[in-house]
Design a protein around this ligand. Structure first.
Ligand SMILES: [Zn+2]
Length: 131
């Protein structure tokens, strides 16, 4: 097992899912006989991680080290979700543009440019070629 980092590493706390980097963690006992405690950031105070206290007092540097470790090790869905949200937004924009284009009745030259097809025809051609 990796040794707990020094408190000086606190300046490398990873961001909270709310997007901010907390400047400190608040440790609270979660009623499991002091074996486990919760830590939340001073950013939003909403995201909470659970960590093993090893029975260190919560106001001790050792407990803060453990909380720090657990905080940085905890999985964050936020980056992934932000990426998904961006892709969904882009998808909506492309759908909108495609619908605008379809309803405009525009025709697109394909191949040697002597054949013009509508967007509908082009899309159905594409579907056929996928078979
Ligand atoms: Zn936060």
């Amino acid at each position: 097992m990796e040794a707990p980092r020094e408190i000086s590493d606190l300046n490398t706390l990873l961001p909270c899912p709310c997007g901010k980097v907390p400047t400190e963690l608040h440790l609270v006992d979660n009623g499991q006989g002091f074996k486990w405690a919760n830590a939340s950031g001073d950013c939003c105070g909403e995201w909470m991680i659970e960590f093993r206290t090893e029975y260190y007092k919560l106001d001790s540097p050792a407990a803060m080290n453990l909380a720090f470790h657990a905080w940085n090790a905890a999985l964050r869905a936020s980056a992934h979700e932000a990426e998904l949200a961006k892709l969904r937004e882009e998808n909506e924009r492309l759908k909108f543009m495609l619908n605008q284009f379809k309803s405009s009745g525009a025709r697109i030259p394909i191949g040697d440019c002597s054949n013009f097809v509508s967007v509908e025809e082009l899309l159905s051609e594409k579907d056929k070629s996928n078979d």
